[in-house]
Design a binder for this molecule. Structure first.
Ligand code: LER
Ligand code: MN
Length: 267
């Protein structure tokens, strides 16, 4: 597995992103710590000059693994499940721009928080249909550009839809598009899954991306999750994608990024 570190130009302290500030400085810092991959969290794709970013990465032998898109929901309230057609269309548009950028940077796009929240739970099927419709359009678009999409299972305290691995796998099976795979996040799994290793086994070849954080959302090793068991379960399904450290930057970004990587590399 290739370990990637999360970064964003700006994010509140409460958000689980390790490095913050100018993305080129973040890449330099990540490189010094020992990373070769970075997951960048963007509000919109226009924040990145792809040609400059590509050249900068190539020169260092560095690579962008993934683009995190949740700020489009957190800041701009764009959701694929919103009751308002205009909001849903704007969510699709925003994600298509991320797909265009990802085609240039040869990385994957995360659909996590932007899948949205169902406002009328007694009309679940209607809202699920909205989300399916949006992701179908995005999957066709992404597939035509060779960009993988990673749909994240997020715990019930953040969103009320696709919280568990099984619900997310069922949804992905309805899409039947190989460009959409599941993203599992060990922090969310610790809340939702009965057994992390068994849930990982059920993902099998549908697993596309992994977020690594400990039970308290601090760096791996700072809580009570058993990363040895987690990594071994990923090995058993021959997962060879990225494991992005998406954690709180406690006690500070550099120490968290370094200690998390050290623990994972010893496994
Ligand atoms: C995004 O990857 C995620 O895990 C959410 O919990 C957003 O905070
Ligand atoms: Mn996550």
């Amino acid at each position: 597995m290739k370990f990637s570190v999360t970064a964003a130009e700006q994010a509140p302290k409460s958000v689980p992103i390790l490095l913050r500030g100018n993305l080129y400085n973040c890449i330099d810092e990540a490189h010094q710590i020992g990373y070769s991959y970075m997951e960048i969290h963007l509000r919109w794709a226009g924040q990145v000059d792809w040609a400059r970013m590509k050249a900068f990465c190539e020169e260092k032998g560095f690579h962008i693994s993934t683009i995190g898109t949740g700020m489009g929901y957190i800041v701009d309230k764009l959701s694929l499940t919103d009751g308002d057609l205009i909001v849903r269309k704007n969510a699709v548009k925003r994600l298509k721009e991320h797909i265009d950028l990802s085609e240039k940077l040869k990385c994957g796009v995360i659909i996590g928080s932007m899948k949205g929240h169902i406002t009328e739970t007694n009309h679940y099927r209607k809202y699920e249909g909205y989300c399916l419709d949006g992701i179908k359009q995005l999957a066709d678009y992404a597939g035509s550009k060779g960009v993988p999409l990673f749909l994240e299972a997020i715990n019930r305290y953040e969103l009320n839809f696709l919280n568990t691995v099984d619900d997310t796998l069922d949804f992905i099976n309805k899409l039947a598009n190989p460009w959409v795979r599941i993203l599992i996040d060990t922090f969310h799994m610790n809340i939702e899954e009965a057994n992390l290793e068994e849930s990982i086994a059920r993902c099998g070849g549908k697993l596309g991306h992994v977020h690594l954080a400990d039970s308290n959302r601090r760096y791996p090793g700072a809580g009570h999750l058993d990363f040895k068991k987690i990594i071994n379960s990923l090995r058993r399904i021959h997962y060879d994608g990225y494991g992005a450290l998406e954690c709180l930057n406690y006690p500070n970004p550099r120490i968290a990024a370094k200690r998390g990587l050290e623990l994972l590399e010893t496994i």
